[in-house]
Design a protein around this ligand. Structure first.
Ligand SMILES: [Zn+2]
Length: 119
């Protein structure tokens, strides 16, 4: 009668021992690269989500923009290089490196009002 812990469908421990035995067997017959490949694959599977989260956080940190609306001064946030609409005044804005800028419709001419005092 074999010892209890080697019985295949007894517990997770037995299953793990069988896998370990299989890995040692493959390594002994010169197929260690198969075992290494499988281990690397599982290592990659467990590390990939962590890497993705860090990449996403880095990208959002680089591209997130929080600045006041140039028209009404309302604090809003958006992404650099993306167009957005101010929720306060409804003006179309574009996120740039310096902050939000108005998006003038084609053909519109931006003018600055200057007060002239006449004697
Ligand atoms: Zn606004």
């Amino acid at each position: 009668m074999p010892p209890r812990f080697i019985a295949p469908n007894n517990s997770g421990l037995g299953c793990g021992l069988i896998l370990l035995g299989l890995a040692l067997l493959l390594g002994a017959v010169g197929l260690g690269w198969v075992v290494n490949g499988i281990l690397l694959f599982f290592l990659f599977l467990s590390l990939a989500p962590v890497l993705l989260v860090f990449l996403l956080r880095w990208w959002v940190g680089r591209n997130l923009l929080a600045a006041p609306c140039p028209v009404c001064g309302y604090e809003l946030s958006g992404l650099r290089g993306q167009e957005t609409v101010c929720p306060s005044c409804g003006d179309a804005l574009a996120g740039t490196e310096r902050g939000f800028e108005r998006v003038a419709p084609p053909g519109a001419i931006e003018v600055k009002a200057v007060e002239i005092n006449q004697p």
